[in-house]
Design a protein around this ligand. Structure first.
Ligand code: FES
Length: 183
């Protein structure tokens, strides 16, 4: 075998030796990638599985919730109140605080409105001067009693059931009122 042939043979063997180590490195990286993706998938699936299963283990989704003492709601005034949704999880944070509009007509005569517009759910605002609820999203307007005045909403504001007990205003809350479940 000539020196030139030997030189060619040596060079052709070098890549072969490299090829033997490449698959090992590639395998390692492949398995590492699969492991990372698997762990990430499991971590992401935990809240999803919890959400799906919560419907089976949670039981009833509504209960009576106090909005505060009656004196905090003056007559002829509509004001914002907030309650903590009892069915939230610790990681829900501020989203578990549900605002409602409370209108005290007189004595124990109240209306408690969901803050969400009956059109697509934007939070409506109360304007005492005009006596109207206005929706900032598409111009929905509601009268003081929550009935629809103008704009795209198909109906008036959703209302919570309420009761007076122990000198406090209680609402039947937890599940949000919707078109399918107007409460
Ligand atoms: Fe209120 Fe559309 S969400 S008018």
């Amino acid at each position: 075998m000539s020196g030139v042939d030997r030189g060619l043979l040596d060079k052709s063997e070098e890549p072969a030796a490299q090829h033997e180590t490449d698959p090992t490195r590639r395998d390692y990286l492949f398995h590492l990638g699969v492991g990372v993706v698997s762990v990430t998938s499991v971590l992401l699936a935990i809240p999803l599985v919890g959400f799906v299963c919560s419907g089976f283990v949670q039981g009833p989704v509504n209960k009576w919730i106090s909005l505060g003492v009656l004196d905090s709601f003056p007559e002829q005034i509509t004001r914002l109140a907030t309650f903590r949704n009892p069915f939230t999880r610790p990681w829900d944070g501020q989203t578990g605080n549900i605002p409602v509009w409370v209108r005290r007509i007189a004595g124990s005569d109240f209306q408690v409105f969901a803050i969400n517009c009956a059109h697509l759910g934007c939070p409506v605002r109360w304007f005492q001067e005009s006596g109207l609820f206005l929706c900032p999203c598409h111009g929905g307007v509601y009268y003081a009693d929550g009935s629809r005045a103008a704009g795209p909403p198909p109906r008036g504001l959703f209302q919570y059931k309420y009761k007076i007990e122990k000198d406090q205003l209680w609402i039947w809350g937890g599940e949000m009122p919707t078109l399918a479940n107007p409460v």
